[in-house]
Design a protein around this ligand. Structure first.
Ligand SMILES: [Zn+2]
Length: 99
């Protein structure tokens, strides 16, 4: 089976356009511990992405930086499939405990 390669994700709200269910209830799915891109339940030890108030995936907070400085909306779970579509430097692994 051949799969079309999906584009890189840099904005979560834009990614929701691919999934009608998420476009309507994305925020709810995230709060309930689903993947912030597709809403599917994520496994234990999943990775996180840091999101700003515009839905952009942003790097983790640096030392001395406040959430307000970058309009942070906090860190959210992301499933392994969607993770492959996020630039590597923006992925936060649990053991880093940055947010
Ligand atoms: Zn996902």
């Amino acid at each position: 089976m051949t799969k079309t390669k999906k584009p890189i994700i840099t904005n979560i709200y834009e990614a929701w356009n691919e999934t009608p269910r998420m476009k309507e209830n994305g925020g709810e799915a995230m709060i309930n511990g689903g993947c912030c891109i597709c809403g599917k339940k994520v496994g234990k030890g999943s990775a996180l992405v840091h999101m700003d108030t515009s839905g952009n995936i942003i790097p983790p907070l640096k030392e001395g930086q406040n959430e307000e400085d970058v309009d942070s909306q906090g860190c959210w779970d992301i499933g392994s499939e969607c993770l492959k579509r996020v630039p590597k430097h923006l992925v936060i692994f649990r053991q880093q405990r940055v947010c």
